[in-house]
Design a protein around this ligand. Structure first.
Ligand SMILES: NC(=O)c1ccc[n+]([C@@H]2O[C@H](COP(=O)([O-])OP(=O)(O)OC[C@H]3O[C@@H](n4cnc5c(N)ncnc54)[C@H](O)[C@@H]3O)[C@@H](O)[C@H]2O)c1
Length: 324
């Protein structure tokens, strides 16, 4: 049984990783329950993961290096760094917060991990580091030209991961996640917003003409590759795309959701949002070759599972679509 720290473990992706890893390991979650979206949702996530006695929760901020040094002690073998100010649009409004958390916070996680002698640190990076499309699918050699402050902060973090590996010898891996969805997903993401509106038959707003495309990745595929990184050093020092390997237009996404929910919501088209990527599509060959990654959940199956979860959560009076 290893000791594993998960930053941001009360959030969407971090709580799923914690739930899985805690089946076999001791897990310490650190999260400051940031109010970017409802802390109530994060407390619900914590309730689920803390049902396993292998999990401990520390409420705290990753920008506090002395706290991180206490959390990432010399018994810790692996760190999954999921804490961040996620979200492209909020970063356009306030570029300082993502910089503070995603860059300074990341540096703290790396420094504390290095000093504690951690065996591997796994970084939640993002497809938003690519930004401007030169060709599709994005392979890891595609130029990185972020189109939002969020993308810049995630790219800076990635470089710190690489440098801590190359200069200090700390084993690190960066996973470039492509839009992740599934139960407990962030309420600020399109699939969650559309589902909420559709179940109420309210109009849906699409920014742009709806022909922009996204590669969506189901949460179980993300969890599987993270868990795999406990077992192999094959990806140390590397950056890998973790996507679904297919893309669909926003209009097609809406059509799928409409069919699943039986909704009569109409679509209202509005101006494009600054900072939004036009297209994303992952080439996942590198992750396949290095760690055997293969996305298993199709968008249709994933959406059906998400809507089922959303409906059940609402019936239990949980807060699935709550922003604040
Ligand atoms: N969800 C996606 O589609 C997606 C795509 C690409 C990359 N990512 C990355 O994956 C990671 C997890 O994303 P998510 O969707 O689960 O987001 P999330 O917001 O649900 O989770 C992030 C968690 O970090 C916590 N946090 C924020 N600031 C903190 C701080 N200063 N100290 C401690 N904890 C803090 C938040 O309270 C939250 O619980 C992030 O690094 C994000 O950039 C997510």
């Amino acid at each position: 049984m290893s000791k594993v720290v998960i930053t941001g473990g009360a959030g969407f992706i971090g709580s799923h990783i914690a739930e899985e890893i805690a089946k076999e390991h001791e897990v310490v979650v650190i999260d400051n329950l940031d109010d970017y979206y409802s802390p109530g949702l994060k407390r619900q996530n914590l309730e689920i993961i803390l049902a396993n006695p292998n999990v401990r929760f520390i409420e705290g901020d990753i920008t506090d290096l002395s706290l991180l040094r206490r959390v990432i002690d010399s018994d810790v073998e692996f760190v999954f760094h999921e804490a961040a100010q996620a979200g492209v649009r909020i970063s356009v409004e306030d570029p300082f917060k993502p910089n503070n958390i995603n860059v300074l916070g990341t540096l703290n996680v790396l420094k504390a991990s290095l000093d504690a002698g951690v065996e591997r640190v796994i970084n939640a990076s993002s497809s938003s580091v690519y930004g401007k499309v030169q060709y599709l699918p994005f392979d890891e050699a595609h130029p990185t030209m972020p189109v939002s402050p969020y993308g810049v902060s995630k790219l800076a973090a990635e470089h710190y991961y690489r440098v801590f590996y190359e200069v200090y010898g700390l084993p690190t891996v960066s996973l470039r996640y492509f839009t992740v969805y599934g139960p407990r997903m962030r309420p600020d993401l399109a699939i969650s917003i559309f589902t909420k509106k559709m179940l109420a038959n309210e109009p849906i707003t699409v920014f742009g003409d709806g022909n922009q495309t996204r590669d969506f990745t189901y949460i179980d595929d993300i969890v599987r590759v993270n868990r795999r990184l406990l077992e192999t050093d094959a990806a140390d020092g590397r950056v890998m795309n973790i996507g679904g390997g297919h893309r669909i237009t926003v209009n097609d996404l809406i059509a799928h959701l409409r069919e699943i929910t039986g909704s009569t919501s109409r679509v209202v088209y509005s101006d494009k949002q600054k900072g939004d990527a036009e297209h994303t599509l992952a080439d996942v060959e590198l992750a396949r070759n290095l760690v055997g990654y293969a996305p298993e959940t199709t968008i249709t199956d994933g959406l059906i599972r998400f809507v089922e979860w959303y409906t059940a959560a609402r019936q239990k009076r949980l807060l699935p679509g709550t922003l604040a």
